[in-house]
Design a protein around this ligand. Structure first.
Ligand code: BTN
Length: 250
């Protein structure tokens, strides 16, 4: 594909950037449309949770992508955006977050960003809205294991500046999604950034939970966990790190 063209619509206030962009996607909006806001009145997180942030304290945005992939490869789209956000944070703040499968950016045990990916349409190509919230000056809900970039790096980053760099980092990763070879490069980068690997994890599913050691990410982005000597792959679920990590790479 030709290099993607980003077009950002900015709102001072909106219900949810994901909701707004999903409506646009259904109306046929082109790939590359981005919705950004200073404040959300109905910000949404994963698993029907809410996502709250005071005004002007976070990067709050959603990105419309139409990659040439199957529905079951959605996690690779999440990976592309998460890796782009991580690279942008390194470039702008020096903070180097790890990725926590499936959708978080963390520093130590503290979450600094979360992603929410939603499939909007399955036509000849998938339309995917990927929303991301990055705590810039807001430390997250009290009592939660979360932190802000300002707290960690001592710098205040402007949300538009972070979004610009994030989109710049996303463009090549978005291209990788369209080919098997590109997806393999992306998957390998994802594995290197994923603090979850090598850890004892409990995967909480809607009806049960299993515990094992996370070993890898498969070609579709699923987490492979060794449970009692048997490898199981997980496409959805909430991963709890049972033991703190000692991994240093990334
Ligand atoms: C999570 O960690 O549960 C995911 C949080 C995703 C929040 C972002 S903020 C911008 C976009 N719009 C939303 O309503 N949610 C995402």
């Amino acid at each position: 594909m030709a290099s993607i063209v980003w077009r950002t619509e900015h709102f001072e206030e909106i219900d949810s950037t994901n909701t707004w962009l999903a409506r646009k996607a259904l109306d046929g909006a082109p790939e590359g449309l981005v919705c950004a806001t200073d404040f959300q009145t109905d910000g949404r997180g994963r698993l029907e949770r809410t996502w709250e942030s005071p005004a002007d304290a976070s990067l709050l945005c959603s990105i419309l992508l139409r990659p040439d992939i199957d529905v079951d490869q959605l996690q690779l789209v999440v990976a592309a955006v998460a890796l782009a956000a991580r690279a942008a944070l390194v470039r702008l703040s020096g903070v180097r977050p790890d990725l926590k499968w499936p959708n978080d950016l963390i520093v130590g045990n503290a979450k600094i960003a979360g992603l929410l990916a939603e499939i909007v349409a399955v036509d000849e190509r998938l339309a995917v809205v990927v929303g991301i919230g990055v705590n810039l000056t807001h430390e997250g809900p009290s009592g939660a294991l979360s932190a802000s970039v300002r707290q960690l790096a001592g710098v205040t980053i402007a949300a538009p500046a972070l979004l610009d760099i994030l989109l710049d980092e996303l463009a090549p990763r978005r291209e990788q999604l369209d080919s098997e070879r590109g997806r393999e490069v992306l998957r390998a980068e994802y594995e290197r950034a994923l603090i979850t690997l090598g850890q004892l994890v409990r995967v909480e599913r809607p009806d049960d939970a299993v515990t094992g050691v996370a070993t890898s990410v498969d070609a579709t982005g699923r987490l492979v966990v060794e449970v009692d000597g048997v490898e199981m792959s997980f496409a959805v679920g909430d991963v709890v790190h049972v033991r703190p990590s000692s991994r240093q790479d990334g």
